[in-house]
Design a protein around this ligand. Structure first.
Ligand code: F63
Length: 401
């Protein structure tokens, strides 16, 4: 597991070459040819690690402080993404002020908030709570209040504390402690809060917006990116600071992102239903949202999909398309950036809606009232996704997994 890239890997490329010792013997003068390796040291500790690496054969050992300081300059790591029932959301273990909470990583929002000792017990029973009194530094007068697309929400006060995700450390991260949460959060006892990974422009803290965990650590990551490798009914992972090429097949296709709404917003092109990868039409303005369970698409696309599912129909009481749980569901193929990604039909049977388990709720639903399409977990568990800020403008990358 990457807890951080070895700084030696970095320092090795920043070696200044000196005249070899044997060339010095018997000579009164010598010249030093300084060949810059084209890499400027990012920090003093890295320079020192270079020296210790150079004289390691002579027995030089870097003091712990130097090693940790150099490590702090470059970090990367991975954290498990554990699915709840029906893959409704994926929860990741995060230490907040030394306490481990299971958080829902959400690329559709930008607040890191947690159940806390400040949350009324009537609302927090069954949850692991963050106690800010151990190491949290209160941000006096700061508050937050967030509402999500499904009508849920939470609000509270703000602390600064150490947050660690897969070994990647934010020494002073804004931690939003809940003083109230809505009923669906209370009842979802596996979920101890959210870790927002959208753009910090939509953070809800007042009077001063706070940075997301990714924005807080971005400058210290080996690469300014994170990846999402969600899976159907199995643990996946979020990786920070590196791309693990073993997690996908083929190549990654990148598309531009507009950040004006604070989302990882992109344009999806044509689609097809079934086995043909020849796509047509256009889905249009979309966001990549790990915090949304389903795949919300234009009504024309949704109608075309369920036309291929015998017995499927929109059910107003359920608020979506349902079908027999024994229905055969066709694949859904979508063109993004010229590459075609397939959501297997089986992924589009989301969950039963009745105790008999005979009627099932569709994983594809209409984006009516939203204003754009949402590529939530039903899609994201079908691909390997890269949320990339290594280039001048943020971009999204997708690959088959
Ligand atoms: C299911 N309601 C509680 C809950 C869990 C996660 C979230 O947050 C959301 C909901 C919808 C979209 N994005 C994030 O709400």
């Amino acid at each position: 597991m990457h807890s951080f890239l070895t700084s030696a890997a970095l320092v090795a490329s920043a070696t200044v070459s000196l005249a070899a010792p044997h060339e010095l013997v018997g000579r009164s003068t010598f010249s030093v040819e300084q060949v810059a390796a084209g890499k400027v040291f990012k920090s003093g500790p890295l320079a020192m690690m270079n020296t210790y690496a150079k004289y390691a054969k002579a027995g030089a050992v870097a003091p712990a402080d130097v090693t940790s300081a150099a490590a702090a300059a470059v970090q990367s790591g991975q954290v498990a993404a554990n699915p709840e029932a029906y893959d409704e959301s994926y929860l990741c273990p995060v230490t907040v002020g030394g306490q481990t909470l299971n958080l829902d990583f959400d690329t559709g929002s930008a607040d890191l908030w947690v159940f806390s000792t400040l949350t009324p017990s009537s609302e927090s029973t069954g949850h692991t709570t963050y106690n800010p009194s151990t190491s949290g530094k209160i941000k006096s007068g700061y508050t937050w209040d967030i509402s999500y697309g499904d009508g849920s929400g939470a609000a509270g006060t703000v602390y600064a504390d150490k947050v660690v995700v897969g070994g990647v450390t934010a020494t002073s991260q804004a931690v939003e402690a809940a003083t109230s949460v809505s009923s669906t959060f209370t009842s979802d006892t596996a979920n101890d809060g959210l870790l927002g990974l959208a753009f910090s422009t939509i953070n809800t803290v007042s009077p001063t917006k706070q940075t997301t965990f990714f924005d807080t650590v971005k400058s210290t990551l080996a690469k300014a990116l994170f990846t999402a490798d969600l899976k159907k009914g199995a643990a996946g992972a979020y990786d920070f600071g590196y791309i693990d090429t073993s997690k996908y097949t083929g190549s990654i296709t990148y598309v531009p992102v507009t950040t004006s709404n604070g989302f990882w917003e992109f344009t999806a092109a044509g689609y097809s239903v079934g086995t043909s990868k020849t796509t047509s039409g256009s889905i249009g303005d979309s966001i990549a949202d790990t915090g949304t369970t389903l795949l919300y698409l234009p009504t024309a696309t949704v109608t075309a999909y369920y036309k291929q599912v015998t017995g499927a129909a929109y059910n107003s009481a359920q608020g979506g398309y349902i079908f027999s749980c024994s229905a055969t569901l066709p694949n859904f193929n979508v063109n993004i950036g010229g590459a075609v990604y397939t959501v297997p039909g089986s992924y589009i049977n989301y969950a039963p809606i009745n105790t008999a388990g005979t009627q099932c709720f569709g994983g594809i639903q209409a984006n009516t009232g939203i204003g754009f399409s949402i590529f939530g977990d039903i899609f994201l568990k079908s691909v390997f996704a890269v949320f990339d800020e290594t280039t001048s403008s943020p971009r999204l990358g997708f690959a088959e997994q």
